[in-house]
Design a protein around this ligand. Structure first.
Ligand code: UDP
Ligand code: MG
Length: 328
């Protein structure tokens, strides 16, 4: 199969028939074989009934229904697990992403050798200043921190080589950062394609302004995990040591000052009357705690069920190659 299209959806009953019909028409024209995996993320409307009836008309339409609303990331993750096509493309259900882009995205993965291609809604139809400026800021920060040159990280329309989606896990609210997760897993050929953006035809947006606050918090944690996830001591240990050493040196300086004063017979205030004493004390305590946090994180890391954290691309001269061994 050429393409798996993964569509996460939450209360999008009106859009689905048109979306399915449009995808089918475009891919038929280009003679591409496909499946559409519609993941109903706990919709409260008739979305699931619509999916059921669509799947009867067209066996290429498959459905997964969540018991409740788990969020877009969970929906994408389940879609990725089920996907069987050589190229996996995610798109929103609300018709804001145009199915006309599918063949070109397919070509970029299949022929141009990209691991991941992200859409870029260069001209947007849902922008107010309140959404536009935070969005620009957010993309610039993410670009800077991740080193990935994309203009529109949050675009729902993205295409992946199958191996990519089978190797990564989209947890929490991390769907905004799949390019970072992919890059971190070793898939570095990341491309971008300007895509047409359309007005939402039915229903309302499911994400409000809090997407930016949550987005930044997620960015912090993903940068932290990607840098120090496997070696937390390098972060906490370094910070803790610096604080501890600064604290100890300050305490010693205070003590020595006092000793010199006493031996010269000068009058001097008690060490405990100096504000620096309390600063030094605080720094020592915080430093020690950071250090211990590092140990605790290492213990948690060692004892949590670990997935394979390295991906092998090729091997030479082994009887069984990596894929076979893993499947046996
Ligand atoms: N969505 C989802 N689960 C949620 C929220 C949204 O599956 O909890 C889907 C939604 O149905 C749509 C896509 O994610 O297909 C993008 O959502 P939306 O269009 O509301 O976001 P926006 O276009 O405003 O960024
Ligand atoms: Mg939308």
């Amino acid at each position: 199969m050429d393409i798996s299209i993964v569509v996460p959806l939450f209360n999008e009953e009106e859009s689905l028939p048109k979306l399915a019909e449009w995808i089918d028409r475009v891919l038929r024209e280009h003679s591409l074989s496909y499946e559409i995996i519609m993941v109903d993320d706990g919709s409260k409307d008739r979305s699931w009934q619509v999916i059921e009836s669509l799947s009867k008309q067209n066996p290429a339409i498959k459905g997964v229904k969540f018991r409740r609303n788990y969020g877009k990331s969970a929906a994408l993750n389940v879609g990725f697990e089920h996907a069987e096509g050589d190229v996996v493309i995610t798109m929103d259900a609300d018709l804001q992403d145009s199915p006309d882009e599918l063949p070109e995205l397919f070509k970029m993965i299949k022929q141009d050798g990209y691991d991941l291609v992200s859409g870029w809604k260069k001209v947007r139809y849902d922008s107010t200043i309140a959404k536009n400026i935070p969005s620009k800021l957010y993309n610039a920060t993410t670009r800077k921190l991740s080193g990935i040159k994309l203009h529109d990280f949050n675009c729902g329309l993205k295409a992946y080589r199958k191996e990519v989606v089978k190797s990564i896990e989209v947890y929490g609210e991390m769907h905004r950062y799949i390019p970072i997760i992919a890059k971190w897993a070793g898939f570095t050929k990341i491309g971008e394609k300007v895509v047409k953006h359309r007005k939402r035809e039915f229903g309302v947006s499911k994400f409000g302004m809090n997407r930016f606050i949550n987005g930044y918090l997620d960015l912090m944690s993903i940068m932290f995990v990607s840098k120090f996830g496997k070696k937390p001591m390098h972060f906490f240990g370094l910070l803790g040591s610096i604080m501890f050493i600064v604290g100890i040196i300050s305490a010693i300086v205070l003590g020595v000052q006092k000793l010199i004063a006493v031996s010269n017979g000068e009058a001097m205030r008690l060490i405990t009357d100096s504000p620096y004493f309390y600063l030094a004390l605080c720094t020592i305590i915080l430093g020690t705690q950071l250090f211990l946090t590092g140990f605790v994180s290492e213990l948690i890391g060692r004892n949590s069920p670990s997935r394979n954290t390295y991906l092998i691309e090729r091997e030479l001269n082994f009887e069984n190659d990596y894929e076979n061994r893993r499947n046996n």
